[in-house]
Design a protein around this ligand. Structure first.
Ligand code: GLC
Ligand code: CA
Length: 556
């Protein structure tokens, strides 16, 4: 596959969480018509594609990641007609549409599962993973990402089924060729409608070690037996061949627990499985393990190491990666790696500068472009997300943490931080809805909203527009070489990007203090240096100190 000629390499993708983007009918829940109503905004921002979180029919145990019918739309979001209209409208505006697809599991309300659990002889029995129990109870010690055992006992047939997520999300059995064919047919059905690609949910979990051995104790027990499992590459290449390839559709894989060394097996030029992967490592620095509710201090050197090894590794075999800091599962980056207070604008734009100057495809998550922050939670009952609610419940039962501590951890780490309604203006409910929003609006909306950002030429939003334009203009921001400078510097993140005869240099100050210039390498001292973009606007002499969270992009 000639990966250089693909549209998605030069694209900027905007992620929409439909539930929280824009409500068109006042029921407090975002919907497809609401998204259609904002197409001009997205076009003006300059994005090439949108990725919608799942909009399929679902009982919403995990906000749409529990699909009960792949071929119909969630009632709250609208109808298939609305979906067709969305696709047409976005295409008319030159914006591609990527859907989210959950193939590792379905809802327990999917007809396949209802049938599967009804009898051991059901023709759908083997669409899921059923096992008899052991003396200790469940078949093995694997844990669910949302807490507790990954196995649920079903009295009807007296066996356990596997669910790596909630008990309402039973895992599909990819060993079964009939299931795989059914999934491929469904994917092709969507592709025939004109969908431009898919983001594949936890796609590296679909192949399980068929001996189902106990996992090592620790976080996500069992992961070594299901993340990047024995037949993963066989399944993914089969799927690509039967679906995406024929339609030249893009396939982005969400890949927890994947290291940069393993990534090339999925996206390297000699594999035909996925077009890009979504790495997790860059976003795990301030917490201990992915599913662990503990916060830790981190150092810039760690971030530089992780990003640099992904950049270098993938370039070896022309593999591609999604560049992101926010999504619907991540607390807001400006409240984590930046400063959502005194240096809100500076740190949000500095972090954006990093994303937009690396090799890969930048993804903007709704609200990131105006610097939306983590929200406030006043009590332990304030959380909506199933993962957070389970953590709160288990922590209370365990009794090791006091109330304040549980609230502090949950408030910092909860996925709800990403899911508060999009802040469009300073009217009641931030212009998201005229009704009562399904999740509380972040109280900072009078300050942080689209209307205000549009009116201010110096806003974070306008900076994003500039970054998007810059990326289109300079291929060296997209392709080829990445070279880290000042590797050990604890405060500055500085690197060169090079493609053909073009070199670009990036300087980022990761702290809210002024930083002495002598760290800056001679590389930047070239006479015809040109500032392409900086988050302070001006281009002071290089001997001046860098200002708090300053970011500069130079053509060298
Ligand atoms: C992915 C999704 C997340 C969901 C989980 C289970 O990690 O991004 O939102 O809860 O998969 O489907
Ligand atoms: Ca609605």
């Amino acid at each position: 596959m000639d990966k250089d000629s693909q549209w998605w390499q030069q694209a900027v993708i905007y992620q929409i969480y439909p539930r929280s983007f824009n409500d068109s009918n006042g029921d407090g829940i975002g919907d497809l018509q609401g998204i259609i109503d904002r197409v001009d905004y997205l076009e003006q921002l300059g994005v090439d594609a949108v990725w919608l979180n799942p909009v399929y029919q679902s009982p919403n145990d995990d906000n749409g990641y529990d699909i009960s019918n792949y071929r119909s739309i969630m009632d709250e979001f609208g109808t298939m007609k609305d979906m067709d209209k969305l696709l047409e409208t976005f295409h008319d505006h030159g914006i591609k549409v990527i859907m989210d697809l959950v193939l590792n599991h379905t809802s327990d309300e999917h007809p396949w599962f209802i049938n599967s659990r009804s009898s051991k002889n059901s023709q759908y029995r083997n669409y899921y993973i059923w096992k008899p129990g052991t003396d200790e109870g469940p078949p093995n010690n694997w844990t669910s990402a949302f807490g507790g055992s990954a196995w649920e006992y079903d009295p009807q047939t007296e066996e356990y089924y596997l669910h790596l997520f909630s008990r309402k999300q039973p895992d599909l059995n990819w060993e079964n060729p009939d299931l795989r064919q059914d999934l491929y047919q469904m994917i092709n059905w969507w592709l025939e409608k004109g969908i431009d690609g898919f983001r594949l949910d936890v796609i590296n979990f679909i192949s399980k070690n068929q001996n189902f051995p106990d996992g090592q104790p620790g976080e996500a027990v069992g992961k070594e037996h299901y993340a990047n499992g024995p037949r993963i590459h066989e399944f993914l290449s089969e799927m690509a061949e039967k679906t995406f390839d024929k339609h030249r559709a893009m396939a982005v894989g969400e890949t927890p627990f994947l290291t940069s060394d393993q990534a090339l097996d999925f996206v390297g030029e000699d594999s035909n499985e996925l077009d890009m992967v979504i790495p997790f490592e860059p976003l795990e620095l301030d917490r201990i393990d992915r599913e662990n509710w503990q916060i830790r201090d981190w150092e810039l050197r760690e971030l530089k190491n992780i990003i640099s090894s992904w950049q270098r590794k993938l370039q070896e075999k022309n593999g591609w990666v999604s560049l992101y800091f926010n999504n619907h599962d991540q607390p807001r980056i400006v409240s984590r790696y930046g400063d959502d207070n005194q240096y809100h604008r500076q740190s949000a734009t500095m972090l954006a500068t990093l994303l937009f100057t690396l090799r890969g495809t930048p993804f903007i998550y709704q609200g990131e472009e105006i610097g939306m922050t983590n929200t406030e939670f006043s009590g332990l009952d304030d959380f909506d997300d199933i993962g957070t609610r389970n953590f709160v419940r288990e922590a209370r039962e365990a009794g090791q943490l006091n109330r304040e501590e549980i609230l502090r951890l949950a408030s910092y780490l909860s996925r709800d931080n990403a899911r508060t309604p999009k802040q469009w203006d300073d009217s009641r409910y931030a212009g998201f809805t005229t009704g009562q929003p399904w999740l509380k609006v972040n109280p900072d909306y009078p300050c942080i909203n689209v209307k205000k950002a549009l009116a201010d030429q110096d806003s974070i939003l306008h900076y994003y527009k500039k970054l998007i334009k810059l990326r289109k203009k300079y291929p060296s921001l997209v392709y080829d070489e990445y070279r880290l400078l000042l590797e050990d510097d604890p405060i500055l993140f500085t690197y060169l990007r090079r493609y053909q005869d073009q070199t670009i240099g990036v300087i980022l100050n990761f702290v809210g203090d002024k930083t002495p210039d002598e760290r800056l390498p001679g590389k930047f001292a070239v006479a015809d240096r040109e500032l392409l973009l900086g988050n302070y606007g001006d281009d002071p002499n290089l001997s001046e100190n860098l200002r708090p969270y300053e970011a500069r992009i130079y053509k060298l």
